[in-house]
Write a protein that binds this ligand. Structure first.
Ligand SMILES: C[S@@+](CC[C@H](N)C(=O)[O-])C[C@H]1O[C@@H](n2cnc3c(N)ncnc32)[C@H](O)[C@@H]1O
Length: 278
């Protein structure tokens, strides 16, 4: 009986995963290979755990578009290299840093099937900087959350998300894209019960990044969930604003503990869920 339930659950998780894989295949056709738009100014950060990234040693491979197996295949086919030569013709090669600006389908499964509560009816989720829309599609297919909003400052990214929403006939009363700097939309932040913030370091300079966290502290309402893919202690410490944020957040345990067995927790150790205290 228990084995049967486990299999059923696993099948259910896989069914929705297939939908996201379909979306990622369509996206591959419409975005550049590195999934970085011409209109973007993506700059390696100078502080934090990604400060070792430079334009030379870093390669962007979007995890939502290509999973680990597909990356291996791309490497085998010679379409992607894991190394760069620091001295031509020598064997003195260095490993490239692979960086993804989107969350993978597996991470999204973990967020909606393990970290957050199962019932999200009447709740609103906000993805800050929704880019290709990965988090939004995850919310749409993996949860029953009532309102899904992506705020993205890059117009090309917004257009791509609109294309996907239309192509997959998603309910536009439920999922919405807003083209804006998040700091101009405090109204949306204040009404959200779940706020997802993927690492922003490549997209904003240090001063703007600090301002954004003060803005989130002021506007995310008490009792909301904050989901990040790096510990807030690390983010705030690297920006030198940890002291100002003490008591703002409490790290919380996953809500759907029973589903943890379907995941290799080690792969999701960067994902954090917090409750906003005040
Ligand atoms: C790391 S990507 C996150 C993508 C997506 N949330 C995910 O996890 O798959 C960060 C995105 O945030 C956007 N962004 C950065 N600062 C922003 C701001 N102030 N307002 C709106 N979008 C912003 C960038 O353009 C970029 O597309």
């Amino acid at each position: 009986m228990c084995v049967f339930t486990d299999l059923e659950k696993k099948k259910k998780l896989q069914k929705f995963e297939k939908k996201l894989v379909k979306i990622s295949k369509v996206l591959r056709e419409i975005v550049p290979f590195e999934a970085e738009m011409q209109t973007e100014n993506i700059v390696p950060p100078t502080v934090g755990d990604q400060a070792d990234c430079t334009k030379i040693n870093t390669c962007h491979v979007d995890e939502f578009l290509y999973d680990d197996k597909e990356v291996d295949e791309l490497v085998q086919k010679g379409k992607l290299s894991r190394f760069y030569c620091v001295e031509c013709n020598s064997r003195n090669c260095k490993e490239l840093i692979f960086i993804s600006h989107s969350m993978s389908t597996q991470m999204l499964q973990y967020i909606f099937n393990v970290l957050l509560p199962k019932d999200l009816e009447n709740k609103q989720i906000l993805d800050v900087g929704s880019r290709l829309g990965a988090v939004l599609y995850g919310a749409y297919y993996f949860s029953n959350v009532s309102t899904i909003i992506g705020v993205e400052m890059n117009k090309e990214c917004c257009d791509i998300q609109e294309t996907i929403i239309k192509k997959f006939a998603m309910d536009t009363n439920r999922i919405k894209i807003v083209h804006s700097d998040i700091m101009k939309r405090s109204d949306i932040v204040q009404c959200s019960n779940i706020v997802v913030i993927n690492v922003l370091d490549f997209f904003v300079d240090i001063e703007k990044h600090k301002e954004m966290w003060y803005f989130f502290k002021k506007n995310i309402k008490c009792g909301s969930y904050l989901i990040t893919n790096r510990s807030m202690v690390d983010t705030l410490t690297s920006l030198g604003i940890f002291e100002d944020m003490l008591d703002w957040l409490t790290i919380c345990k996953c809500s759907q503990f029973e589903n943890e067995i379907y995941f290799d927790i080690e792969d999701y150790k960067d994902l954090h869920v917090y409750i906003v205290n005040k």
